[in-house]
Design a protein around this ligand. Structure first.
Ligand code: KOT
Length: 818
């Protein structure tokens, strides 16, 4: 039976009781943090009952389930999310209110579990939410990083990284499960033993090893009693064995094992769309893959004995290539631990694994030096060699004589292990994350593989959860939508189209704009509290929040702001609707260009915000430490959503969808899921600019783009670029921004000047902004545009995405819950 949240009165009493029993304090004496912990336990009580029931039904009904394998789960705070899904948010809010406490302050006590970098990790979290809401049995498998994504401080305009110690105090929504510990082995060598039956036994010796301990987190479905599990693995040294080695005098090995365990799960690599190729990262990958597979097989064998039928009950979805070792480790377990021969093991593996590609950026392609790989994972390496040998034979059979093709496609080539190639060779499904992205994979980046296995390729356009990004982040709009069209959109976002009936209703449009204004005031206060910048909630809030990457072109945005500032200075009476440009972005710690762009944004902000002469027409704000929790407020307050990546580079984007859901209008390129947003909007109520992906790809191929021409032909660009190197935004050090200038114009400095076509798209970007200005001036026009975005957002729910994964790839059984 589904357990529900108690009534407001009961919650009020329970919170007080918990404060007493947990902290030996009366409610009045408790700190906000203690009240948060008490609330967490009140909610946990309900969650745990439903978790137990779900797992019992799981065992009884024996449905097929998905293991979502991901190095990142950017789950964000769970208290608010769980209250919403348990349908107790209002009750807890009212209970706290009766006790004189603001629920926001309590939610604010929770650390923001930042076990991911950006889109890829947040997508994994949205998927878990949708799986539970749709009652599909699923496990998330990941790593319990002790330090997640760093916290960003801005000091003198520069980014400074501060460790994110989210586990400093006990996290109330995780449960250690020592009963599911497994050993994971690294290094050493492999000895062969021929068996009397003619087979060979492989014995791994001389290795270092750690114990993997899972911490389970509940993943609640919306109002349905379903609770799935996110298992994140931590590493411990092997106490018992360690003692044994001490006795043998093997002191060094014991210390090595201890250090291995200590380092393994210490920190998330803070790179988005970029890989560093560090050995520790490969260790992390094998660690969580091996532990997760061992647990999955362990569970399977509790109720089944025929391992050949594993694909009927289990599917492993690999979130990018980071968990590709799933392929070889599953082969190893099936052969070495469960006695299958190669062919049977391959049959099972290739029916259990599927791969999602999230990027075409070359620097994000994972390739491991063979020497490192072999040294760290000797048995796995042998298996990869054999997979590669057979794969190359298969290519040769299909394309006889085409040795170049074999070289291009091989898993082992040029002294490297190419993870994407292994993922594709073994997976029964390979998907991209937006229609355009999948087409580019098929026709460009993975064309060889598409020719080999056309049937494997499919598209699954990304989505987001409306429970977190509307109900929780923007409860005012959420309540308003409910008052207009009811509640069905909460679990079926396509119902948002019912809002079309209100597009011509002046009163509704007014209410809608009033809510946006309230949300802008909430953000303006946040900005005042954090930045001490006074922004006018009546100005246009134009927002770009996402990881900082050159392909995402925050530089285009700030160069345009510099241009606008010049225009306003030159023509003080020009017709211009006051605009606040809001940025939020973390740069990877070693990414110098990206960090310099952050500094530029902050310096431009300092100059513009302090210039009284422009009469507050322009403001620039850089929000420090952009993360899931403040993102929810930012989306709610945005008028304009900046989705301006170089066409072809942003696989999908998901921030674009969160803005749309909250009634912001997009200015964007025809890239990633923007293309599908454009289609859903019938090409209206969205501002498209810039080159198409075909044009970009053609320029890249023909090497015929010269940014110097763009500058020479456009005096506005000339002026702005001049200001980059004449000290206009850096009086003390006029050379400060020279590297940015060079990256745009100087072919000696980068692979290609203006790699991301910033100057090429500049004029058309300016024009699109002028159209926004014109549209915003008419309040009703704008309200209609914005509301139309909400009405057409239906496709972009992760519920829709998950249903497609289930129908086309996973074929899961829904769990029945009373
Ligand atoms: C690649 C390597 C390391 C860490 C992260 C990545 C990564 C992130 N690759 N793609 N992404 C983003 O994934 C999102 C979810 O599919 C997409 O919306 C976004 O366009 C990708 O950049």
């Amino acid at each position: 039976m589904k357990r529900q949240m108690p009534s407001t009165k009961e919650i009020e009493r329970e919170i007080q009781d918990r404060v007493k029993s947990m902290f030996r304090k009366d409610f009045e004496e408790a700190t906000k943090e203690e009240i948060y912990r008490a609330c967490a336990e009140v909610v946990n009580d309900v969650v745990i009952d439903n978790w137990l029931t779900t797992q019992k039904e799981f065992n009884k009904q024996d449905p097929k389930c998905v293991y979502y394998m991901s190095m990142e789960f950017l789950i964000g705070r769970l208290l608010g999310n769980n209250m919403i899904n348990m349908r107790g948010y209002t009750e807890v809010m009212d209970a706290l209110d009766a006790l004189g406490i603001d629920i926001n302050e309590i939610e604010d006590q929770e650390p923001d579990p930042a076990l991911g970098n950006g889109g890829l990790g947040r997508l994994a979290a949205c998927f878990l939410d949708s799986l539970a809401t749709l009652r599909y049995p699923a496990y998330g498998c990941g790593i319990r990083y002790h330090y997640g994504m760093f916290k960003q401080k801005i000091e003198d305009g520069y980014q400074k990284e501060v460790p994110d110690d989210w586990l400093q105090t006990r996290y109330p929504f995780e449960l250690e499960r020592p009963e599911y510990e497994f050993e994971v082995k690294f290094g050493g060598w492999v000895r062969y033993e021929s068996q009397p039956d003619g087979t060979t036994k492989y014995i791994h010796e001389g290795y270092n090893s750690v114990i993997a301990t899972p911490y389970d987190m509940p993943v609640t479905g919306f109002d349905n009693g379903m609770v799935n599990t996110l298992m994140i693995w931590d590493a411990k040294p092997k106490e018992v064995f360690r003692l044994a080695s001490f006795e043998r005098g093997d002191y060094n090995k014991a210390v090595e094992d201890m250090n291995l365990a200590r380092n393994l799960t210490e920190v998330l690599y803070p790179n988005d769309n970029h890989v560093q190729g560090k050995e520790l990262r490969l260790k992390q990958q094998y660690f969580f893959v091996s532990a997760s597979l061992q647990r999955a097989l362990n569970k399977y064998f509790r109720y089944h004995h025929d391992i050949m039928k594993l694909p009927e009950k289990v599917v492993f979805q690999m979130n990018d290539t980071h968990p590709t070792l799933t392929v070889a480790e599953l082969m190893r377990l099936l052969m070495d631990e469960h006695g299958l021969g190669w062919d049977d093991a391959w049959e099972v593996t290739t029916h259990c694994v599927a791969y999602t590609n999230h990027t075409i950026m070359a620097e994000a392609l994972e390739k491991w030096p063979e020497e490192i790989f072999k040294g760290l994972l000797p048995r796995i390496y042998m298996i990869v060699e054999e997979i590669n040998r057979r794969f190359c034979e298969e290519i040769r059979a299909k394309f006889p004589g085409d040795e170049q093709r074999i070289h291009r496609m091989a898993i082992l080539a040029d002294g490297q292990v190419k993870m994407a190639h292994m993922a594709i060779a073994a997976s029964f499904s390979v998907n991209g994350v937006a229609a355009l992205h999948t087409e580019i994979l098929k026709n460009v980046s993975l064309h060889d593989f598409y020719e080999m296995y056309p049937e494997k390729f499919n598209n699954k356009t990304n989505g987001i959860t409306q429970r977190r990004f509307l109900m929780h982040g923007n409860y005012k709009l959420s309540d308003w939508v409910i008052s207009k069209i009811g509640r069905s959109w909460i679990t079926d976002l396509s119902n948002m189209e019912k809002l079309e009936n209100y597009l011509d209703d002046k009163k509704s449009l007014d209410e809608f704009m009033e809510i946006k204004l309230e949300n802008k005031k909430r953000l303006a206060k946040y900005i005042w509290d954090h930045n001490k910048v006074n922004v006018d909630p009546n100005s246009i809030f134009d927002v770009q929040v996402k990881r900082l990457h050159e392909y995402k072109r925050q530089l285009l945005n700030i160069l345009h702001v510099m241009y606008l500032y010049n225009q306003i200075k030159e023509n003080p009476d020009m017709d211009f609707y006051p605009t606040t440009f809001i940025f939020g972005a973390k740069a990877s710690a070693g990414y110098e260009n990206a960090k310099l762009i952050i500094k530029l944004i902050n310096n431009v902000a300092a100059v513009i915000n302090n210039d009284k002469s422009i009469d507050n027409k322009l403001k620039v704000v850089f929000i420090e430490d952009y993360r899931v929790s403040n993102a929810e407020w930012i989306f709610a307050a945005a008028d304009v959503s900046e989705q301006i990546s170089t066409a072809s580079k942003e696989a999908s984007g998901t921030g674009n969808m969160k803005f749309m859901l909250n009634g912001a209008v997009t200015i964007g390129t025809m890239d990633g899921a923007n293309v599908e947003m454009y289609n859903e909007l019938d090409g209206e109520n969205i501002f498209i600019f810039g080159m198409s992906s075909d044009e970009v790809i053609a320029h890249e191929k023909n090497h015929d783009y010269n940014p110097v021409d763009e500058m020479n032909n456009n005096p506005h660009i000339q002026k702005v670029l001049g200001q980059l190197i004449n000290g206009y935004y850096s009086i003390d050090n006029p050379e400060l921004f020279r590297p940015i200038y060079n990256s745009l114009l100087n072919t000696q400095c980068t692979e290609r000047a203006d790699m991301y076509f910033v100057l090429k798209d500049f004029a058309s970007y300016c024009e699109a902004h002028e159209k926004i200005q014109a549209a915003y001036k008419d309040r009703e026009t704008w309200a209609k545009m914005a509301l139309s975005n909400v009405a057409h957002v239906g496709k972009f729910s992760s519920d829709r995405t998950i249903q497609e994964y289930v129908d086309d790839i996973w074929h899961l059984d829904k769990l029945e819950l009373k």
